[in-house]
Each structure stands twice: as C-alpha cells, then as structure tokens.
Write a protein that binds this ligand. Structure first.
Ligand code: TEU
Ligand code: CA
Length: 598
C-alpha cells in the first residue's frame, strides 16, 4: 500500500474544512461560538447571578431601643421597606460578638450575636422575616483574623505551649525582629505586635486587636468550616468573605519580594495555599448548600481573579475588586482624592476590562460604594443640591445595567451623600483615627488629612440611615453613635416614598426592569465611543435582543457617537429626566437613558 505523504493528507483535510465553511457559512466559528455562548450563558443560570444584593450596615440602619446604635430588631421593623425595594439578597456587615475595635470586623465569638445588635432569637426572627418575603441573607465571614478578645487568642497568647498557640502567627523574640509587614490600621503601619507574656511578636494585618488566624493550621480551618456550617444550618444563604485572599501566609516570613514594589496588599493576596484552602472550603462546606460566596478581593489583580471564581476550580462564586474604587486618588498619598477628579475614560476602561474577564466564564460583581467607601454620589457623581438626585440616578442606572451582580449600598437609593466632618472628634472609624494619630506623630499636615477624609473617609458611608425629617432622621430616639447628615431634613425615605420621580422610586423601577429584562443580566456587553470623556455608552445583547445604555457623567449638555446603531426604531424604556430630550444622542447634565433597539 503506497503511503500518501503526510503533507498531502493535511492539505486534503484543510480543503475539506474550508469547503465545509464555504458550504455551511452559518457553521462559521463566530456563529458556532455565539450559539455555544448563548447556550452556555443561559444554560448556567444561577440565582446569585440574577440577584440585586442590598448591603445593610446594621449599626446605622435602624435603632429599636434608643441606644443610638442600629440593631436586628430595627431591621425586623423595616423588612417591608426592604421588600419594597424589590432586591433579592441582603448582605449584612458583621453582626457577631465583638468588642468593636473595627465595628464588628474583630469577632470574639463567631456563633454569638453582638450584644448591641440583639440576641440569637432576634436573628432567627429576622432571618424568618426575610425568607417569608423571598429575601435571602448573606452574612460576613471575617476569618482572616479574629478579635484579640476571642478565647482562641487569649489561650494562644498565654504560653508558647498552649494548644491554641498555632491558631495565630507568633515570632519568638530570640529570632530577632521579623521581616517588615504592613498593617492597614496600625498607628505605625507595623503588622507585628510584641507581646511580653511570651516574649514574641504576633501578626496583625489590620489593628493590633485583629490578630491574623493561622489557616496553615488544619485545626483552624476545621473550626472555621464548622462555624460556617453552623450558620448555613440555621438557613443563611451565603457569605461575603472579608479579605479572604489574605488567609495564606509564607510562614518563613521572608522580606517582601522586590517584584511587589512595596505593594503589601498584592503580596498578601498571593499566599502559598490560598486556592488550596478555598477548594477545601468548597468541598467541606459550600458544595453542600445552595448558597452564594463572594470574596472581598483585596490585593487581587485582574489576571488572578478568574482563579477565585472559575466554576471548574470549585472555589468561590464571585469576587469584588478594588480597581474601580481606587480610581481618582493621588498616587503615593494616603486616600488623597485627585483635585482634578477621575477620568471617565479610565473608569470605562477598568469596568470594560473586568467585564471581559468574565465574558465567557465565571461571573462578575459591580459596586460603587460600601462601608469602606465614601458615598457613591459624592465620589462618582455630583452631590450639589442641583445635581445630587440626577447624578445618583445615573450611577444607579450604571450599576443595574452591567453584566455583573450589583452590590447596592443602603442609603444610595435615597442619594445619601458624604457628611464631610470638619473635626476629627466626629470620626469613629479606626482607620481614620489611627491615620490621624500617625500623621500627628510625624508632625504631618493634619489639615490636609482632614480635607482628604471629607471625601475618602469610611465614616462618610456609615452615617445613620435617613428615614424621615423627625429628630435624628427617625433612626433613633437616642444619641446616634455617629452624627446624622444634616441634609436628612430633605433627603429621607418619607419625602421620597410617594414621589414617582424620587431617587428611591427610580431605584425600584430599575430593580424591576433588571428583573424582567434578562438581557441586562446575561446580555453581551459592548462599549461604545470609548474615548468620549463625558459619556459612558454601551449595549447589552442577548438572543437577538439589544439594549442601549447612555450615561452622561458630567454637569453639561453633551453628545455621543454610537456608530451605525440605527435609532429610528429605538424605544426609550427608562430615563432619569421626566421629559424626553430633543434627540436621542444629546444628553443633558447627568442624563441616563435606556433604549430597546430591536
Ligand atoms: O476591608 C479590607 C480592606 O481592604 C479595607 O480595609 C480597605 O483597604 C480599606 O478599608 C479601604 O479604606 C475589610 C472590611 O471591608 C473592612 O471594613 C475591615 O475594616 C477590614 O476588612 C478588616 O476586617
Ligand atoms: Ca439599638
């Protein structure tokens, strides 16, 4: 049998393929891909992909007993309001027993309810009330560190031979000073604290009262996994996981490798066993429940993100990044907003790049505010009386029309804005107070720090919720733990409840629209006019349906170029202006428009 030279065979096969694509053009790869895409996108539907997550900062939502601190009974009394928003999931910041050195992110009993917030009975009643209203509950897993008042740490620091010694990271003094580690909250930014009791240093990436738990120790992982099951067995629907990328450490504690150029956060997020531990968490806990898991992706870069949420890796469902919220700060300075503001082109680039990460696989998240960030309307919009409502509605339109699960921060549905304290005495947040002490100890520019904190300070996002124009905005009958924004007289639920054009009702309309329009959930995202410095324009497309979103980020009339998109048959389905603009392509200050194209 005469062997046909290999080259001939390959040429033959190529010819066959070419002819096939010529014969069956619709079989071409893009068609193949889009059908495959369409099949996969809708095939892999998940409740947490279609959810709108509403974050509640319990300390500031509703106080039921007049001690000036929000609590679980307060949340229970407002469940119908939460239901009226149409949201699907409530994420509650930590509600566990805590001395509140960092407002609950320092837990001393993972199975206990913080005494200020109430009892386990209150918790059970709240969870029952949410589930009866079809609302799921996600709690905060703060397991990178515990409180130094947790029994584990009390034991661990008592002697070097204590069975809990290895629940934390200790460096004995006789080994000399350990390699530098940066602390986000320490007054000297030093993450090593010397403890005379056992003449050793312990590690704390955050405050000295937040010692890091040693996840390299299987006993610690088992404790955390059992605790997670305890709450899942009680019926909660997921965990937001606090700085979970930081949980694995190189316990030889080498000097910070040069490649990180001093960026401790990125180094902390690249421990040796992080993904191994997350896979263990999935097999031991998450895979046994129909729940959602989202990582606070501190230190995680865009190239590493998929490693956390790739469904085939069986780790977590979602992650939220810091690239967006880090925009517009002066490099090398501590949370110093750039007086020139932020570039919308950079903003669009960041959110478009992150969309492309999860375009085929995995799933993204989107947010513009939370308990660690300033109020979104002040930071990304315009909180002047003239444009506060319009720009807030525009930003909400962005959050609820992107290809990612939106995490919406309580109070943004009212366009609550930064309180901008003048005086350090009004601050309660450890991050600001310790930074103030640090700058003071270095005779630094305290006036500038306070000016910067008016925009970037976390307490701006934590002022009590504004229910009405009565005393203390109806939040408490007592003395609020943090001052209430004086604009509560006009900015409150009662004033907006029955106003069809209010920010509150605009939010409700958008939540409803996202619920009925799966194109806004699963549709392919395409950025338009990317170099337009004022307008963010994009389309969402799914199964032949196409929606166009136009957002003016500036306080001026401006226009957008959308190429060959035919608008003649476009139907305007929502806008934050009550009367239609002259031409679809011209946008008034902070105007937002959603068109159905086909
Ligand atoms: O935040 C982690 C984190 O990265 C933030 O500290 C962030 O760097 C900073 O706050 C931005 O201002 C989580 C929680 O969200 C935060 O509230 C806690 O303070 C922190 O962890 C420690 O648990
Ligand atoms: Ca209270």
């Amino acid at each position: 049998m005469r062997l046909i030279p290999t080259a001939m065979i390959i040429k033959r096969i190529f010819q066959i393929l070419l002819s096939l694509s010529l014969i069956f053009p619709f079989l071409s790869c893009e068609n193949l891909q889009s059908n495959k895409e369409k099949k996969t996108v809708m095939a892999d539907r998940k409740w947490w992909k279609e959810a709108v997550v509403y974050q509640i900062y319990p300390r500031s939502f509703k106080d039921s007993n007049g001690d000036g601190i929000g609590d679980l009974k307060g949340i229970i009394s407002k469940l119908d309001y939460i239901k009226s928003l149409g949201i699907d999931v409530v994420w509650l910041n930590p509600i566990f027993t805590s001395p509140n050195d960092d407002n609950g992110y320092d837990i001393s009993d993972y199975r206990g309810i913080m005494k200020e917030f109430g009892t386990m009975d209150d918790f059970d009643l709240m969870l029952k009330g949410m589930h009866e209203r079809g609302i799921k509950l996600v709690l905060d897993l703060v397991a990178n560190h515990s409180s130094d008042e947790h029994e584990w740490f009390k034991q661990s620091r008592s002697s070097r031979s204590n069975p809990y010694r290895n629940y934390y990271y200790w460096w004995p003094e006789e080994k000399g000073k350990p390699a530098q580690r940066y602390s986000f909250f320490d007054v000297n930014s030093d993450a090593w604290k010397y403890d005379a009791t056992t003449k050793s240093y312990y590690l704390h990436y955050f405050s000295v009262k937040q010692p890091d738990l040693n996840w390299e120790n299987k006993a610690v992982r088992d404790e955390i996994f059992k605790m997670m099951c305890f709450w899942f067995d009680k019926g909660i629907d997921g965990f937001r996981m606090d700085v979970i990328p930081f949980i694995s450490k190189d316990t030889t504690f080498p000097e910070l490798p040069a490649k990180y150029n001093g960026n401790f956060g990125e180094y902390y997020a690249n421990g040796p066993h992080t993904h191994e531990f997350l896979r263990e968490m999935d097999s031991e806990v998450l895979s046994k429940y129909d729940v959602m898991s989202v990582a606070e992706g501190a230190g995680v870069t865009i190239n590493e993100a998929m490693d956390f949420v790739d469904p085939d890796r069986k780790e977590l469902n979602m992650l939220y990044h810091f690239d967006g919220v880090s925009l517009g700060y002066l490099p090398g300075e501590y949370k110093a907003p750039d007086p020139k503001g932020y570039s919308l082109v950079d903003f669009k680039t960041i959110y478009s790049r992150w969309d492309s990460v999860f375009a085929q696989k995995g799933w993204g998240t989107i947010y513009l505010g939370n308990h660690d960030q300033p109020r979104m309307v002040t930071r990304w919009g315009n909180d002047s009386p003239e444009y506060r409502e319009l720009s807030s509605k525009m930003l909400t339109t962005f959050l609820l029309t992107m290809h990612a699960t939106p995490y919406y921060y309580f109070g943004d549905e009212l366009a609550m804005s930064n309180i901008k304290f003048d005086n350090i005495d009004d601050y309660r947040d450890i991050e600001t107070l310790n930074m103030y002490k640090q700058v003071k100890s270095k005779n630094g520019d305290l006036k500038k720090l306070l000016e910067n904190q008016k925009i970037s300070g976390r307490d701006n996002g934590r002022t009590p919720f504004q229910w009405d124009s009565t005393a203390n905005a109806g939040f408490t009958t007592g003395n609020p733990w943090l001052k209430i924004n004086p604009n509560f007289k006009t900015v409150n639920v009662a004033a907006q409840e029955n106003d069809p054009n209010s920010v509150l009702n605009y939010f409700r309309k958008l939540v409803k629209l996202r619920k009925i329009e799966l194109t806004l959930v699963y549709g392919k995202y395409t950025l338009l006019d990317k170099n337009n410095p004022d307008i963010y324009a994009y389309t969402r497309e799914l199964e032949g349906k196409k929606i166009l979103i136009l957002l003016n980020f500036k306080a001026k009339n401006t226009s957008v170029a959308i190429g060959d998109i035919d608008l003649s048959k476009a139907k305007l389905i929502l806008s934050n202006y009550n009367e239609e603009s002259s031409t679809p392509m011209n946008l008034r200050p902070y105007e937002a428009k959603i068109f159905e194209l086909e």
